[in-house]
Design a protein around this ligand. Structure first.
Ligand SMILES: *[C@@H]1O[C@H](CO)[C@@H](O)[C@H](O)[C@H]1NC(C)=O
Ligand SMILES: *[C@@H]1O[C@H](CO)[C@@H](O)[C@H](O)[C@H]1NC(C)=O
Length: 209
């Protein structure tokens, strides 16, 4: 029995050896597909392809949300192609808000690095789960659900997020509604918001229609 297993194992190892592909660094010059980007030829891959330094500096938070999300998705970090993970950095000023948004393609794990963050999500049953997180604390946001992060105690905060996809996607609810060309009458009709309020938010966020 033991010998049979040894034979089987050595057979499997010898036959599978040639087909092992350790990585597939994205060739961003080609088109993205459902299975990710095509691979850069392994001979052209270097150590730098597996390293991303773009999250080491704070992003500029002088903007309407007093916050910034810096992605390290496959588009910025080709080394994560095919690995089913990626990351992002959140910088929140004292009044920072990451408005309600979803990642259609990934679960998220948030790790607070500095300050306090009020974070939460709304389940498909419309139950709200929220918590003030402090440095070193983690929170998960299941795939596709609306969620938010806010700087707590009017102090700046930093967090990193890890995603279960190389390309999680990001759709911000307020931008989808008020920074798009979704017509004001239809927004009012589908959200029950007052048209004057819709127009006001569109003028702030740059929407048309
Ligand atoms: C941050 O962004 C604001 C608004 O775009 C700009 O005025 C300011 O110069 C930027 N600050 C830095 C340090 O780049
Ligand atoms: C919104 O703009 C896009 C192109 O910018 C266009 O293709 C689309 O038809 C527009 N939608 C509406 C409802 O006007």
């Amino acid at each position: 029995m033991f010998l049979q297993i040894v034979f089987l194992l050595s057979f499997l190892l010898s036959t599978s050896h040639a087909t092992v592909q350790d990585f597939c660094v994205a060739d961003l010059k080609s088109a993205d597909g459902p299975a990710g980007f095509p691979c850069v030829p392994p001979a052209k891959v270097t150590s730098d392809d597996f390293v991303f330094a773009g999250l080491s500096e704070a992003a500029n938070v002088t903007n309407i949300i007093n916050a910034a999300v810096s992605p390290a998705f496959v588009g910025q970090f080709p080394g994560v192609n095919g690995l089913d993970l990626s990351a992002a950095r959140l910088d929140l000023g004292p009044a920072g808000v990451i408005p309600l948004h979803t990642h259609p393609g990934a679960n998220e794990l948030l790790i607070v690095n500095q300050g306090h963050i009020l974070a939460g999500f709304i389940s498909s049953s419309n139950v709200v789960y929220q918590k003030v997180l402090k440095r070193g604390e983690l929170m998960v946001f299941p795939q596709g659900l609306l969620h938010f992060q806010i700087a707590a105690h009017k102090r700046k905060a930093i967090a990193f997020a890890v995603f279960s996809s190389a390309n999680p996607g990001l759709q911000i609810l307020d931008f989808a509604l008020f920074a798009s060309n979704f017509s004001t009458p239809l927004i009012a009709q589908t959200t029950f918001l007052d048209p004057d309020l819709v127009k006001k938010l569109k003028s702030v966020l740059g929407g048309s229609g």
